[in-house]
Design a binder for this molecule. Structure first.
Ligand SMILES: [Zn+2]
Length: 386
């Protein structure tokens, strides 16, 4: 039984796990991420991996990193929430642990895991949208991870949906993730609470009496209780999410969207308004097969499991030291697409991507336009990319 380690490096913590060929986690541990210092981040990753190496015979390590990873899967070009700038993470970690390492974007690792083992099993055209603090995404086309020319495909969180809209951490204004993420949910709730404290009494109570004390999990809690303001916040954010998915369907035509990330823990509260807005915004909606919108199944472990599986594949299909140029890289991709999967079910069977039903249409469906905020209501599929 071959074992690999998957590591998920987020802005606040490192999670590392030993994963077997079936995608089962044998052992997992967590460390804090010293995000301000790249050498300390590498130390933290290496520390967690070294501890696991002491107890397991491991062939390779895959690191899923929240950032732009280059096409050779060795360096992090840029990470919005960590101090990595052109960071040779593969080299740094290999030097510390002495085991082959690959680096992959965390959402790429997550979509890979959901496709071989999770919500999108059996699908060949999948887009995962991770709704967390911001928005991450990973794309599978024809059963292969799609990385783009430079390795950084799949960053729709910074697609502009509102010209001159809310300021984003990337430096631009009006990015999708400012309207359809966990941060957006909190922003909506706080705005409501500021504007109408009497209506937002439950949210304020959960927030300890202050507008700035209101957090994402509290909004979910209030919404589960039936609080009207919290439910409205989910309708707005889910509405923006669905509009964005409609625009992405126009570009990629996936069979399935998988919604992951921390906010997806809210389940139907987020997904139902997203499905309604998706249907309303999808061009030619009535006359075309529609992608399903599904909740992720592997939760917070998806990135770790996917990174471990990608490391296993890299080990068997790429020779050490053979830095692939574009041609070699595409050969590797082709080899990957025909390689047997470690997951329990092949993905190249009949795809249900022609299914046209959208499960559980909400009775309190909001329209795409009602989801938009006053003054910022330009639909995503009508505006130009930056
Ligand atoms: Zn942005």
């Amino acid at each position: 039984m071959s074992l690999t380690i998957g590591v998920d490096v987020g802005g606040t913590k490192v999670a590392a796990g030993v994963v077997d060929e079936q995608g089962c986690i044998v052992e997992k541990l967590k460390r804090a991420t010293p995000s301000a210092s790249p050498p300390q981040t590498a130390d933290s990753i290496a520390g967690a991996v070294t501890e696991l190496l002491g107890r397991h015979d491991v062939d390779a390590v895959g690191i899923g990193a929240a950032g732009f990873v280059d096409e050779t899967r060795s360096s992090v070009l840029f990470a919005p929430n960590l101090a990595w700038r052109d960071e040779p993470l593969q080299k740094e970690v290999e030097a510390r642990i002495g085991v082959p390492v690959i680096v992959e974007n965390d959402a790429n690792a997550a979509v890979w895991a959901e496709t071989i083992l999770g919500a999108a099993r059996g699908q060949d055209h999948v887009m995962l949208v991770a709704v967390g603090t911001g928005i991450g995404a990973g794309i599978v086309i024809n059963g292969q991870l799609y990385r783009g020319r430079w390795g950084i495909a799949g960053e729709p969180g910074h697609y502009r949906v509102v010209p001159d809209g809310r300021l984003c951490g990337c430096g631009n204004r009006g990015c999708w993730e400012q309207y359809a993420s966990g941060n957006a949910l909190v922003a909506e709730a706080r705005e409501f609470a500021r504007r109408s404290p009497n209506a937002a009494v439950r949210l304020l109570q959960l927030g300890g009496g202050s507008v700035d004390g209101i957090s994402g999990p509290q909004i979910t809690e209030a919404a589960h209780e039936g609080d009207a303001v919290a439910l409205r916040c989910f309708e707005i954010v889910g509405g923006w999410l669905g509009q964005g998915l409609a625009a992405l369907a126009g570009i990629l035509d996936p069979g399935c969207f998988v919604i992951g990330g921390g906010v997806s823990d809210a389940g139907d509260l987020l997904i139902n308004p997203a499905r309604a807005a998706f249907e309303a915004a999808l061009p030619g909606s009535t006359y075309r097969p529609r992608a399903e919108i599904r909740l992720a199944q592997l939760g917070a472990d998806a990135g770790l499991i996917g990174a471990a599986d990608l490391a296993r594949r890299a080990l068997t299909q790429e020779r050490p030291g053979a830095a692939p140029g574009p041609a070699a890289a595409s050969e590797t991709e082709a080899a990957q697409s025909t390689a047997p999967l470690s997951g329990p079910e092949p993905r190249d069977g009949p795809s249900p991507s022609r299914r046209t039903t959208v499960a559980n249409p909400p009775t309190n469906a909001i329209t795409a336009s009602s989801a938009a905020q006053p003054g910022t209501s330009q639909p995503m599929n009508m505006v130009k990319s930056r």
